[in-house]
Design a protein around this ligand. Structure first.
Ligand SMILES: [Zn+2]
Length: 230
């Protein structure tokens, strides 16, 4: 018989089994290191999530391993990954698939929880909840809304800003100053223009979910302003 507690207990194992993370040690660089650093930050370790596995990250890994009764060798293998992720699953308030990231508002960093909204994109948890509700309502009206862009890291915004400066990309806010970096703005796919069924549906309904089309000339760019169903 399956009980609620048995189902919950099984989750960390399932997550670890499908994760397939690489073994990491000092000197490693890249997205997996950033993921590791964000998981450590979730546990309260004060390190940068810069994708560079240096001495501070190694020290945090060793402390974390000690706290979990693992061999404190500073090498992040399957057991350490599982321990890091297992804790995240049972952490109340982090929705399924959610992760903590460094957000920026007016140039100032803070940590927020973002959750997936499809296409590999993320929004801040309250904005995501409203986008999903809005997407479901739109779908019932025959309008297919997708996420073309959501939360952006500092690195992602820097790339877009440079393209804008070079004249090869859309208008992009200065890094640190985009609402995409706060996880509340998204670029919605399939809108197609201002005079479309999708745009008119959004114009009439998005405010119920707290979203506004707040950049002139960008029919695709919608920002969650609060309220809605969250
Ligand atoms: Zn945008």
């Amino acid at each position: 018989m399956t009980t609620v507690s048995a189902t919950r207990a099984a989750q960390p194992t399932a997550l670890a089994a499908r994760s397939g993370e690489p073994t990491l040690r000092e000197g490693a660089k890249g997205a997996a290191v950033t993921q590791l650093q964000n998981l450590l930050r979730n546990k309260g370790y004060n390190i940068a999530a810069d994708g560079d596995f240096g001495p501070k990250t190694e020290a945090a890994v060793k402390k974390f391993q000690s706290s979990k009764g693992l061999v404190a060798d500073g090498i992040v293998g399957p057991k350490t990954w599982a321990a890091l992720k297992g804790g995240a699953v049972s952490n109340p308030g982090t929705p399924a698939g959610g992760k903590q990231v460094t957000a920026y508002v007016q140039g100032r960093p803070s940590t927020i929880t973002v959750v997936p909204v499809g296409n590999g994109k993320y929004l801040r948890a309250d904005a995501a909840k409203n986008f999903k509700a809005m997407q479901a309502a739109a779908s019932r009206a025959g309008v297919n809304l997708t996420a073309n862009s959501g939360f952006r890291s500092m690195e992602e915004q820097k790339v877009l800003y440079q393209k804008y400066l070079n004249g090869t990309g859309n208008l992009a806010a200065k890094p640190g100053y985009s609402n995409h970096q706060n996880g509340i703005s998204m670029d919605i796919g399939n809108v197609g223009g201002y005079n479309t069924k999708a745009y008119n549906w959004l114009k009439n309904n998005a405010s119920k979910y707290g979203f506004q089309n707040d950049v002139r000339g960008e029919f695709w760019h919608w920002t969650y302003k609060g309220g809605g169903v969250a």
